[in-house]
Design a protein around this ligand. Sequence first.
Ligand SMILES: [Zn+2]
Length: 563
Amino acid sequence: MSVVLYDTSLRDGTQGEDVQMSVADKLTIAQLIDDLGVSYIEGGWPGSNPRDEAFFEEARKLQLKNAKLAAFGATRRSGIKCEQDANLQALLRAEVPCLTIFGKSWRFQATEVLRISPEENLELIEDSVRYLKQHVPEVVFDAEHFFDGYKDDAPYALECLRAALRGGADYLTLCETNGGALPHEVAAAVAHAARELAATAQPGSAAGARARLGIHTHNDCECAVANSVAAVRAGAIMVQGTVNGYGERCGNANLISIIPALQLKLGLPCVTDAQLQKLRHVARTVDEISNRTPWASQPYVGRSAFAHKGGMHVDAVKKNSRAYEHIEPELVGNHRRILLSDLSGRANVELKAKELGIELDPKSPETRKILEKLKQLEADGYQFESAGASFKLFVLQSLGQLREHFTLRDLEVQIAFGDEARGARAQAAERDVTRVRIEIGVGDEVAYSSARGEGPVHAMDLALRSVIDRFYPQLEAVRLVDYKVRVLTSADGTGSVVRVLIQSSDGSEVWGTVGVSPNIIHASWNALVDALVYKLVKDGVEPYLAAGGRQERPSQPALPAAK
Ligand SMILES: [Zn+2]
């Protein structure tokens, strides 16, 4: 048996409070979801807003490889014909092969919210499904509040499903709309519905002898994924969900967790192995497009999902990854990370160094010394998790293998702002009045430079680069791509220690460096210098010697990339 995946990130997912998607974003995301091997992409509710109508106009032009587009709407209103119902007409105008409509399956919702009789509600369902089915190949009926309705009046909830089946629905989705049910309740209700409908579905009816059940859950009890898996085990063959669990309130069922659970744990194929390996990429890219910070601890795909910190754990993972990993991270496109921290054991340091291309003997006194120094640095506020380049320089220095390319002799920063400064800036047509003057030693030479920039870090970068590129032209390619500051000890107020993290790139590799100091400019300087020195070290660049100077030293081999 295989499971049909139905994505509703672009419809239910956009109900999430902090999820923002333009039409262009939705088109890009649709393409990503298609790459993942999902069968249906619900693009929106054309009857509810013009943006969704615009989406379908563009989406019809997409060349989707795996997915069919679906549009979402409601059953017809009471007292009018389907032909007169604006919402159903908007659905047909979407011109997609699958239409999904929701209807009430809770008696109380029909009588108290729609204020119609339970019998009329059944007619609305059957009528609307039959009408749409005359125009499109596939119709999915979403039974809203099915599980609450089932608890309240099971025979009526099942009657609603039968009405949709009579209308010719291809799938009957049982919706856990309020997100309040637990897995054992979902499993029991799905199993009952599957039994009932198998017994009563008429052979030769549009949906065949057996109703195809779907599941749609919300995460209000943190059980949306568990409920979806339970429903599949009880007989549902379609799973509706969203990428990263986007959705109203606490979100929808997270397809990014459901797919590997079904495929790797239950052995139910939903996508190919190659598609599964795109899981992390899709999850992160969709976060980026939707302007959401990726969730580090997100199961399967998070940055921390396969990160090992405790020394004993690292030692065990080194021997056999199954010791502390439930699956191989590569199956879902993730990778193992060894973290360095004050819990660091020698195994962490050894493994991390190995990741960076440095072989350390875990039993050697050097390794012990490095570990001790590392613990001191971490106590001071250093963190090398995302600063692999600084860690590599630290290890090389500890081993006496780091040679000096340049030294800082003096640095002065002049910052001026305020009404007077603004006046002066306007006169001089300058964009900023931050000025940095530096004096550095390179070989036997002393070089000076000064620069103005947009703030001290920018000015410092410009000043250093304007003088250093002369000696090391390789550095011209290096660009600062990210700069982050974190305050470490808030108890001291503005006197706090800060940690600066810089990401740099030379076009082919990105590397991270770190600086820590109570002085933000000093911390930034250290991170900046590490970034440049790392480039020189990785390219195997010799320290500059004055012309006609000393004897050349043997060349240092280029080192592999840091992460
Ligand atoms: Zn929903």
